[in-house]
Design a protein around this ligand. Structure first.
Ligand SMILES: [Zn+2]
Length: 98
């Protein structure tokens, strides 16, 4: 189940209710209701089937790309994980191409 990250919307969608595609920053779906982009992370299951997990913008590593107009609302600043997107050193993290 995916949940639209657009706060006032927050609609829920089953994976087969949305169209997942890739615009170059990883898989996303657009909320059929409000059109907001929602970021996903693809992972391959044992049988080779791709499953998608919803991730936040931060987790998707989007935002450092500059050309992204979005309201400047930082969610949950303060809880710094050791997995900051865009922070230079990421030990053991897989680098995304592109
Ligand atoms: Zn929505």
């Amino acid at each position: 189940m995916f949940v639209c990250q657009n706060q006032p919307c927050g609609a829920r969608w089953a994976p087969d209710e949305v169209e997942i595609h890739n615009e170059g920053q990883g898989p996303i779906f657009r909320c059929p209701l409000c059109g907001a982009r929602n970021y996903l992370q693809a992972s391959k299951g044992r049988g080779g089937a791709i499953t998608y997990k919803q991730v936040s913008r931060e987790q998707a590593g989007v935002g450092k790309a500059g050309n992204d107009k979005a309201g400047a609302d930082k969610a949950g600043a303060g809880k710094a994980g050791n997995d900051k997107a865009g922070a230079g050193k990421s030990r053991g993290a897989q680098r995304r191409r592109g």
